[in-house]
Design a protein around this ligand. Structure first.
Ligand code: NCD
Length: 313
């Protein structure tokens, strides 16, 4: 395959959102991830001497720890915090601006998760070191999307031609927003499955439309299940509801279980960024459709590949 991109395109670049990446660049990252997954030892200590900052202003299990594991595997040292209450930002009222300034002077790259929309872009404007967005409010989560798409490509050998359903809280989920943007680089059909009040945000829908991607919206999984190649499930983003009554309305609204996937393709793949609450039944775990734990594992390889490309390993 001939690429229009090379490793140098990734050196010291920010990873703020998936719209900043071309299809060739995404494919380049996926190919690098295959290298990591096949030969992890060749990446060991490749970034020795580099320092990576992890500053997480919101809870995280997978993103924080897979980045930490990836940085450690590459031989980087790490600084930062997983709980902002132990930082001057959380404990003494220091500004985000000053926090980012400090960490950009300490390290070679900043991985940040923050509840505010636009926080990653803000950080990228302040920092003289590259920023990786580990989740910015309900807006974007680009490295999650990269690992999601890597997992899809690994399973099907391609992304073109697939029908991808996204079910759940499409309004507040940053994972489905980033995934929707990135999928517009491919010839796919997207089906957004959610009750009206949790449907895909207008700006995401507008982008997908503008990119001429075939998409539809439906309230019911049953109306789409037979045509899906991928079903991407998300939890209700409880922490993003400003009105507790609106959140109450979502209770038990949908659950993906053995009954709700009746009639699906034999090859259907079910993904979930995790954590799950009650929207994805554990009865799915033992079916051949469940790929979410491999998906999470792929996050480690993808993040090794990305850090290595960005920091020069
Ligand atoms: C997601 C997130 O933080 O947006 N989790 C993750 O990074 N794997 C999904 C979620 O919290 O629902």
């Amino acid at each position: 395959m001939v690429y229009l991109v090379s490793e140098s395109d990734f050196r010291n670049r920010d990873v703020v959102g998936t719209r900043d990446f071309t299809r060739d660049q995404l494919e380049f990252i996926f190919d690098k991830t295959v290298e990591v997954k096949t030969n992890p030892n060749t990446f060991k200590d490749k970034l020795k001497g580099k320092e990576v900052t992890l500053i997480f202003f919101e809870p995280s299990t997978r993103t924080y720890n897979s980045f930490l594991t990836a940085a450690n595997m590459l031989g980087c040292t790490t600084v930062g915090f997983q709980d902002p209450s132990f930082s001057s930002y959380g404990g003494k009222g220091e500004s985000l601006y000053d926090t980012i300034k400090m960490f950009s002077s300490y390290s070679d790259c900043i991985i940040m998760r923050h509840p505010a929309m636009g926080s990653a872009k803000f950080a990228a404007e302040i920092s003289n070191k590259p920023i990786i967005n580990g989740g910015s409010g309900s807006q974007e989560h680009p490295t999650q999307t990269m690992l999601d798409m890597f997992t899809i490509r690994e399973k099907f050998g391609k992304i073109d031609g697939l029908t991808v359903g996204m079910i759940g809280d499409l309004k507040y989920s940053r994972t489905t927003s980033s995934l929707s943007y990135a999928l517009t680089n491919y010839n796919v059909k997207i089906i957004f499955i959610a009750p009206d009040f949790l449907q895909v945000r207008p700006e995401v829908e507008a982008y997908v439309k503008q990119k001429n991607v075939n998409f539809m919206k439906t309230r019911e999984l049953s109306s789409a299940i037979n045509e899906l190649d991928v079903l991407y499930v998300t939890r209700i983003q409880k922490e993003r509801f400003s009105d507790p009554d609106e959140h109450k309305k979502t209770k038990g609204f949908y659950q993906v279980n053995s009954d709700s996937i009746k009639g699906c393709k034999d090859s259907l793949v079910i993904l979930h960024p995790l954590p799950r609450v009650d929207e994805l039944s554990t009865s799915i775990d033992t079916t051949k459709h469940a790929l979410y734990f491999q998906q999470a594992e792929n996050g480690k390889y993808l993040r090794v590949a990305l850090l290595s490309l960005m920091l020069g390993g």
